[in-house]
Design a protein around this ligand. Structure first.
Ligand code: AHR
Length: 517
C-alpha cells in the first residue's frame, strides 16, 4: 500500500514538475519510504602515493620541522583529516605501487635501500616511510588501510609474503619479523588491491591477460585468522567497458570483492595542455564540470555490465582514483603534480560525491587523488604552514552521508548551457542517519543563475531545517597562505518549510547541505 502511495507521489511530482518548472522551480521528490541500503563510508576515501610532496614533506616531514609530530608524521594534518572522518587511505600508489618492493620499507631506517621513483620526477626515495609508518598513520587517522600490491614488477610470492607479514597472528618467520620490527599484533589489513592500472603503468596488459594474472596473484593473497581480505582487481580506465566485461566474465563475483575505475576531470580536451588550476575561462570551467559529470555515465554503464554477471551486486565498483587534474603550478616540478584548488574543484567534488551516493548500491568505495599537495588535494602545505582547500570543506560537509541510509531523489535538472552544449546544472543526493536526521546535498554548477528548488519529502517526519553552504564570488577563487579562509563552510539560512515542503533558492556556483529534523 505504502509502495503504491509512493508511486502515486512520484507520478504526482513528475506531473507537477512541468508546472513548477514553468514557475521556475526545480521540483524534487525525496523518497523516505523504502529503505534499501546504506551509503558506504568508504565512498569518502582518499589516496596517498609516493609522489611529489604527498608523503615526503606532506604527511612525513623532516625531524627538524617545527610542527607537532608523532615520529615524523605531522599531527596538524592528522587532526584536520580526522575531522572529516577519512574512512580509508590508499597507498603506496598509483603507478608507484608497481615498482614498490615492501621489504625495502621495513627494519632500521638507516639500513633501508634507496630507490629511484621513476614515475614521479626520478627523485631518490629513501624508504623511510614504509609499511609500519603507513599503518601508524592509518591508526592515528582511525581509518582503514587500503594497500595496492605490486603486480607490474613484483612476484606472487612477494605479494603473498607481504600479506603474511601483515596479517598472520605470529609464529611464522614473517610474522615474527613484524614483531621484531615493533608490531606483535597482526595489522589485519582488509582492503587489498591486486595491482594498479595494469592496462598502463602497472604492466601494459590486456584485459584477458590481467584476468588470468589476477587469479594467480589473488589466490595467494591469503585470509589469516580474523583477517579476511577484500581483494580488489585493477579495473577499467575510464570508458574501457571491455575491461569490465572481461574481468566480470573471467574472474567473476566469487574471486573479487571489487573492481576499480579511474577517471580524472581535466579542464580541456588535451592531456598535453590541461589548463591552469586558478586562471581559467568559462570554457575551461564548463569542460571540467562536463568531464566530472561524465562519471554518471561511466558508473551507470560499468554497473550495467557488472549486473549481467552479478545481479546481486556482490562486487563493488571501486572508483579509487578520481578528481581534477590540471597543469602544475608555475615554477613547480612537473613530476610532482602540485596544483591549487579552486571553487570549481569543490563543485566537481560535490557533483561526484552526489553521483557516488546515488549509485551507492554498486559504488561502495572511492578515493580522491590525492590527499596532500598532489592533484585535487584536501590539504596544501608550505613548510610548517598548512591550508585547507575548498575540496576539503566539501568532504567536511558531506561526511554526514557516511554509512547513512540512502534516500532516492527524483527530479529534472535545468540545463547549464555553454556555447550550444548543455549539462545538468543541479545535482542532488540525500540520506538519513542513524539518529534520524536527514541530509540533502545540493550543487548548482551554473556560474550565474540561482535556481529555486521545491522539495517534497515522503515518509520522513521533519519540522525544521538548517543549512550550510560553500561558495565564493568567482569560480576561480581559492585559498592561499595569505587568505586561508576565502572559501569555507558558512551558514545557509535560505531554506524553509512551506506547506509541508522544503523550499529554497540554490545560489549559483554553490554547494549546500541541508539538515532536516
Ligand atoms: O594519481 C596520479 C596517477 O594517476 C597514479 O599514480 C596513476 O595510477 C594514475 O595514472
Amino acid at each position: 500500500m505504502k509502495y503504491i502511495f509512493s508511486l502515486f507521489l512520484v507520478g504526482f511530482v513528475l506531473l507537477s514538475s512541468h508546472r513548477l518548472q514553468a514557475q521556475g522551480a526545480v521540483a524534487v521528490y525525496v523518497d523516505g519510504g523504502l529503505p534499501t541500503h546504506q551509503i558506504s563510508r568508504h565512498i569518502y576515501g582518499h589516496f596517498s602515493e609516493h609522489l611529489g610532496r604527498c608523503i615526503y614533506d606532506g604527511f612525513w616531514v623532516a625531524d627538524t620541522l617545527k610542527v607537532a609530530k608523532k615520529d615524523r608524521i605531522r599531527l596538524d594534518i592528522v587532526d584536520a583529516l580526522k575531522k572529516i572522518k577519512v574512512p580509508n587511505l590508499r597507498w603506496p600508489g598509483g603507478c608507484f605501487a608497481d615498482e614498490y618492493h615492501w621489504r625495502d620499507g621495513i627494519g632500521p631506517r638507516n639500513q633501508r635501500p634507496r630507490m629511484v621513483n621513476t614515475h614521479w620526477g626520478n627523485v631518490v626515495e629513501d624508504n623511510s616511510f614504509g609499511t609500519h609508518e603507513f599503518l601508524e598513520l592509518c591508526s592515528l587517522l582511525e581509518c582503514e588501510p587500503y594497500i595496492a600490491g605490486n603486480v607490474g614488477s613484483g612476484t606472487v610470492l612477494e605479494m603473498s609474503n607481504w600479506v603474511e607479514y601483515l596479517n598472520h597472528p605470529g609464529g611464522s618467520t614473517l610474522s615474527d619479523l613484524r614483531k621484531q620490527n615493533g608490531h606483535a599484533e597482526p595489522y589485519k589489513v582488509k582492503f587489498w588491491g591486486v595491482g594498479n592500472e595494469t592496462w598502463g603503468c602497472g604492466g601494459n596488459m590486456t584485459a584477458e591477460y590481467y584476468a588470468d594474472e589476477y587469479k594467480r596473484y589473488a589466490t595467494y593473497v591469503r585470509n589469516y585468522p580474523g583477517a579476511p581480505i577484500h581483494r580488489i582487481a585493477s579495473g577499467s580506465n575510464v570508458a574501457d567497458y571491455h575491461w569490465t566485461e572481461v574481468l566480470m566474465k573471467n574472474v567473476g563475483p566469487n574471486r573479487m570483492w571489487g573492481t576499480t575505475l579511474h577517471h580524472y576531470s581535466i579542464p580541456s580536451n588535451s592531456w598535453a595542455k590541461k589548463g591552469s588550476a586558478t586562471r581559467f575561462s568559462e570554457q575551461e570551467y564548463f569542460t571540467t564540470l562536463k568531464n566530472a559529470w561524465f562519471m554518471e555515465e561511466l558508473v551507470t554503464r560499468h554497473s550495467t555490465i557488472m549486473d549481467k554477471y552479478d545481479l546481486a551486486k556482490r562486487v563493488a565498483l571501486v572508483v579509487d582514483e578520481w578528481g581534477v587534474w590540471t597543469d602544475v603550478e608555475p615554477g613547480t616540478n612537473p613530476g610532482f603534480l602540485y596544483q591549487q584548488n579552486s571553487l570549481r574543484d569543490a563543485l566537481v567534488a560535490g557533483v561526484t560525491l552526489n553521483i557516488f551516493n546515488n549509485h551507492s548500491d554498486r559504488v561502495r568505495m572511492a578515493n580522491l587523488a590525492q590527499t596532500i599537495n598532489v592533484l585535487q588535494a584536501l590539504v596544501l602545505t608550505r613548510g610548517a604552514d598548512l591550508l585547507l582547500t575548498p575540496t576539503y570543506h566539501v568532504f567536511d560537509l558531506y561526511k554526514v552521508h557516511q554509512d547513512a541510509q540512502y534516500l532516492p531523489v527524483r527530479f529534472q535538472s535545468p540545463d547549464y548551457v555553454f556555447e550550444n552544449t548543455k549539462i545538468p546544472a543541479v545535482h542532488i543526493s540525500a540520506s538519513r542517519d542513524s539518529a534520524g536526521l536527514s541530509h540533502i546535498s545540493l550543487v548548482n554548477i551554473d556560474p550565474v543563475k540561482n535556481h529555486p528548488v521545491h522539495i517534497r519529502i515522503a515518509d520522513i517526519p521533519w519540522s525544521s531545517v538548517t543549512g550550510s553552504i560553500i561558495s565564493s564570488a568567482q569560480y576561480t577563487d581559492y585559498n592561499d597562505f595569505d587568505h586561508k579562509n576565502k572559501i569555507a563552510i558558512r551558514p545557509f539560512t535560505g531554506a524553509s518549510r512551506e506547506s509541508g515542503n522544503l523550499v529554497l533558492t540554490l545560489p549559483a556556483k554553490s554547494i549546500v547541505m541541508l539538515e532536516l529534523k
